[in-house]
Design a protein around this ligand. Structure first.
Ligand code: PRP
Length: 207
């Protein structure tokens, strides 16, 4: 599985803001937006381009547009905080939604929303979720996408645990992961250590 860790000084700085327990909801959302810009920028690095002619005020030259802008799929709730900046970078991207809440005892994802197009066979898909912990939520989402024919899937995650990466690799080895960091591991409550806590709660307050 292709895992790109975007290890840039500005990513490290925003990640530190996200990790800091003193960061309030608004500052957390701000740092997440800025970090999302960097992750999505890197996720697009090898995107296919279609060349077009463009007329400048001076001459005609060759320009380019994304050949196949990705479908953005934020995983609710926490993925909502990545939407605005992903759309700002890729304004032509369309968006669909998956809603999952992890059960506190079993740590398994409980689906509550699945709003996806029926045919994704020709689409590139970016799944947006700040956390890859056990990997259960991402594996569930990737399964939904694959059942609709998606073969070009990128998981854009802020913090990833080795356990989640391993689970994703077992379930869907062709998925690409773009992340700001791979942390140490999971604790007994399946929280990422050191992590940043619960990204949904830290943006929106406790459920
Ligand atoms: C968090 C996070 C991921 C999931 C990761 O969501 O945003 O979706 O847990 O955990 P996993 O890899 O072990 O599945 P949560 O279920 O807390 O819901 P929320 O986004 O509504 O807070």
């Amino acid at each position: 599985m292709d895992v790109l860790v975007v290890d840039h000084p500005l990513c490290r700085s925003r990640l530190t803001t996200l990790r800091d327990q003193r960061t309030d909801n608004a500052a957390f959302r701000g740092a997440l937006r800025e970090l999302t810009t960097m992750l999505v920028y890197e996720a697009c690095r090898d995107a296919a381009l279609t060349e077009i002619d463009v007329q400048t005020p001076v001459a005609t030259t060759t320009g380019a547009r994304l050949s196949n802008p990705p479908l953005l799929v934020p995983v609710l709730r926490a993925g909502l905080g990545m939407v605005e900046q992903a759309q700002a970078l890729i304004p032509e991207a369309q968006m669909c939604f998956v809603g999952l809440a992890r059960d506190e005892d079993s740590h398994l994802p409980v689906p509550y929303l699945e709003a996806l197009p029926p045919d994704l066979s020709a689409r590139s898909v970016f799944v947006l979720d700040p956390m890859l912990a056990t990997g259960g939520s991402m594996v569930h989402t990737v399964d939904l996408l694959a059942a609709r024919g998606a073969v070009d899937i990128t998981a854009v995650c802020v913090v990833s645990a080795p356990e989640g990466l391993a689970a994703l690799e077992r379930a869907a080895p062709t998925v690409r992961v773009v992340t700001a960091v791979v942390d140490t591991g999971l604790n007994d409550d399946a929280f990422i250590v050191p992590g940043l806590g619960d990204a949904g709660d830290r943006q929106f307050g406790p459920r």
